[in-house]
Write a protein that binds this ligand. Sequence first.
Ligand SMILES: Nc1ncnc2c1ncn2[C@@H]1O[C@H](COP(=O)(O)OP(=O)(O)O)[C@@H](O)[C@H]1O
Ligand code: SF4
Ligand SMILES: [Mg+2]
Length: 346
Amino acid sequence: MVHGPKRPGTPALEARNLTKHFPVHQFGGRQVVHAVEDISLALPEGTVTAVVGESGSGKSTLARLLTQLIKPTSGELLLDGKAVGTSAKERRDYTSHVHLVLQDPFSSLNSVHSVRYHLERPLKLHRKARRGELDELAKSLLERVALSPAETYIDKFPHELSGGQRQRIAIARGLAVQPRVLLADEPVSMLDVSIRLGVLNLLDDLRERERLAILYVTHDIASARYLADTVVVMYAGQVVESGPATQITDSPAHPYTQLLLSAAPDPSRTEAVELRGRGAPPSLVNPPSGCRFHPRCPFAMAICKEAAPPALPAAGDDQVAACWLLSPDHAPAAAADTTPSSAADQ
Ligand SMILES: Nc1ncnc2c1ncn2[C@@H]1O[C@H](COP(=O)(O)OP(=O)(O)O)[C@@H](O)[C@H]1O
Ligand code: SF4
Ligand SMILES: [Mg+2]
């Protein structure tokens, strides 16, 4: 099941069946963290896909897999429909197409170097820009991230800028390599609330003006609704629900999506979503059997503990959720012996 907006043509970036298991040494033995499990995702140009989930659900691992910063345990990446190779040259080419913007704009910029240095370096290295054109190109990057007039910012140092301006510089530096795909891992979570909207609007502009394919990683489902075309909800390393952003946030089908929404009230939602959330995300060394959400789910049934639910169509077009409640054979109306929440207490 490929999660992401259904658009004609080949997506800029596609992930097929990505899995990442990190080996760890625990209690004297060798075990694995099941950080990302069998995720397929399509990122078409000119779209924003939000990956939403609590801390530890595998979002950053997924973003790092998409940048090739880490190797998948299994699965593959396709750029413009072609499998991505692993030679040094192919990896270099790939990094100029797919750029990662990190959460902390301060640590991603070097405090001893000016804005000019941060922007001109990738222009020289990746774009092979000539000395005479560097100034103009660097200034045009600043204009593209709405740091205008560029002269005000180009010779400043990171500590002379606000958090939002630093994040814009980090994004401008990414644009210097002319990427097709921008992966933004919690790009506003460390910024003051007052300037978050500005950076989200910049991402929206880049989707629109530059036709970038954007992956927006966040724990905040309300911001995902604001920015994204598509929302992909992750829980314990797996995708549990995906679909058009407004549909997912108006009519969440998966109990975990409902939990996320109940924790992040959205004033534009008309119907209240109520769910008694309990417990914390599970260990990914020994994830729960069946549906990984079953120990926290108030609707859990016997089947939930035994078998992992497949991705099933939910109410709206293109909305799918991995939950037995959507299966006609297992939904409470069909299953006479269903006792909501009793299985969850086990
Ligand atoms: N290098 C690593 N080695 C071992 N475990 C890791 C490593 N990186 C991430 N993890 C584990 O993978 C899981 C998912 O982490 P992460 O992708 O950072 O989640 P999120 O970004 O959603 O908070 C967590 O249990 C985390 O501890
Ligand atoms: S009802 Fe069952 S399958 Fe659905 S989320 Fe709850 S535990 Fe998982
Ligand atoms: Mg993270």
